[in-house]
Design a protein around this ligand. Structure first.
Ligand SMILES: Nc1ncnc2c1ncn2[C@@H]1O[C@H](COP(=O)(O)OP(=O)(O)OP(=O)(O)O)[C@@H](O)[C@H]1O
Ligand SMILES: [Mg+2]
Length: 409
């Protein structure tokens, strides 16, 4: 069977609350999940490393769990990055077609090089250049212009930049855990790979990856990435509010939120009671579940309101025919889609990884969206014979065009 011989790809999602590892095999259809590992971490805050040793330890633990499950050693992985230090913008460039009025690889490389030739501060680097569309003379919406006839070639791209010191810290942690980095990928882009359908990307959708420290947003329209944004608030803020509001330790607040929390007060019956853990030897006591919801809802509403502002700012609110898709561990909170529909005035669905084979049940949770997405992204990269290492190898631009086109398709 061909699927039994495909290359093994590992996705490593180093999040603010956990490190998730997904080992998959590339198949002609996509990927087949072989196994996973998950380990909580204290080493990261809002996408940045705050404790190297703790992060390295969690990576090792998570990877070794996945290795045990699959019986396969992990030597390399695709790694996700996120956090408020990621900045993205749209860019545009035009060139005249050189050769016999037929667009060639060279023209595509030239226009994309120009589109990404933007002045960046010394501590930033380009992480992705994602092609939105090419325009040949006056014809917009072209995905691959090679071979077309025209005198002018335009490119519209979405450029994602990251903070060098922050990424270097993450890279160092992965290297210390003895894993080679195949590629670094913007986390919500990986999550989108795992949870969105091609139709949703076509008609317009905002993916919200609700994590512990951040909510990452990626807006797709007409099949291409249009806007990305990282909000430095997440499930951890909800837990902190519960801890303060009920005067209980953070760990108890976390379990209470997961077991009984609800982001939509109107969904909770008046007579529902939940057990509040006793602190310092005191007896546990019942509280109204509505009371817990009164703490959670305002924070969740604040988070969604800030994201809605960003959607309005992006100018894409009218183009979200497929509404909002919620993923990430934080999306599992009861009532979140209800609250979302009220705040965004759009249809909201929860999404976990789809379009995968193998032991799908072990990653069948929004918590694994990024790690599964990284494996899917890796499979696409392998398909085009590319990785970041090759991109930077001499021989240069052709490899880059391939990468850019592969990111687009
Ligand atoms: N069943 C659940 N109900 C409610 N919240 C949950 C549930 N499971 C996980 N969470 C919350 O999800 C958050 C963690 O989500 P996730 O694992 O996606 O974060 P992360 O990827 O580690 O963080 P980030 O993406 O911000 O770096 C935590 O705040 C946790 O409380
Ligand atoms: Mg995450």
């Amino acid at each position: 069977m061909e699927s039994a011989t495909g290359p093994v790809i590992t996705g490593l999602d180093i999040g603010s609350s956990k490190v998730a590892t997904v080992i998959a095999r590339k198949t002609p259809e996509g990927v087949e999940i072989l196994g996973m590992g998950i380990c909580p971490t204290e080493g990261m805050r809002k996408g940045s490393v705050v404790n190297v040793d703790a992060t390295v330890k969690s990576i090792r633990q998570s990877v070794s769990e996945a290795e045990k499950m699959t019986g396969l050693p992990v030597s390399s992985a695709l790694v996700g990055v996120s956090g408020p230090l990621i900045k993205s913008f749209n860019s545009h460039a035009a060139v005249s077609v050189r050769n016999e009025r037929e667009v060639t690889d060279t023209d595509v490389a030239r226009v994309l090089d120009l589109a990404k030739a933007v002045e960046l501060p010394a501590d930033r680097e380009i992480l992705h250049v994602l092609t939105q569309e090419f325009i040949v003379d006056d014809m917009p919406g072209i995905k691959d212009p090679r071979g077309m006839t025209g005198i002018r070639l335009d490119a519209r791209v979405h450029v994602v930049t990251d903070d060098l010191p922050s990424t270097r810290n993450l890279v160092r942690c992965v290297e210390k855990a003895e894993i080679n980095i195949v590629d670094i990928v913007l986390s919500p882009l990986a999550s989108a790979e795992a949870v969105l359908t091609p139709e949703e990307r076509e008609v317009g959708v905002a993916l919200l990856d609700f994590g512990g420290g951040t909510v990452d947003m990626a807006i797709f329209y007409d099949g291409a990435l249009r806007h990305t944004f990282v909000l430095p608030l997440g499930g951890g803020n909800i837990t902190a509010d519960v801890a303060v509001g009920l005067r209980i330790p953070a760990a108890d607040a976390e379990s209470l939120k997961i077991a009984s929390g609800c982001a939509a007060i109107q969904k909770v019956r008046r007579d529902e009671l939940v057990e509040l853990p006793g602190v310092g030897g005191r007896q546990p006591r019942p509280i109204r579940r509505q009371y817990l919801s009164e703490i959670i809802e305002p924070r969740a509403e604040e988070i969604f309101t800030l994201l809605r502002k960003e959607i309005l700012r992006s100018g894409f609110e009218e183009m979200l025919g497929a509404g909002i898709v919620l993923t990430g561990g934080g999306s599992r909170l009861d009532g979140l889609p209800d609250l979302g529909e009220r705040v965004f005035h759009l249809p909201v669905r929860r999404g976990g990884p789809i379009g995968i084979g193998g032991v799908v049940e072990v990653v069948n949770s929004p918590t694994f969206a990024t790690a599964v997405g990284l494996a899917l992204y890796g499979a696409k990269l392998a398909e085009s014979g590319m990785g970041r290492a090759e991109e930077e190898a001499p021989g240069g631009w052709m490899a880059r065009v391939k990468q850019i086109l592969s990111e687009f398709f």
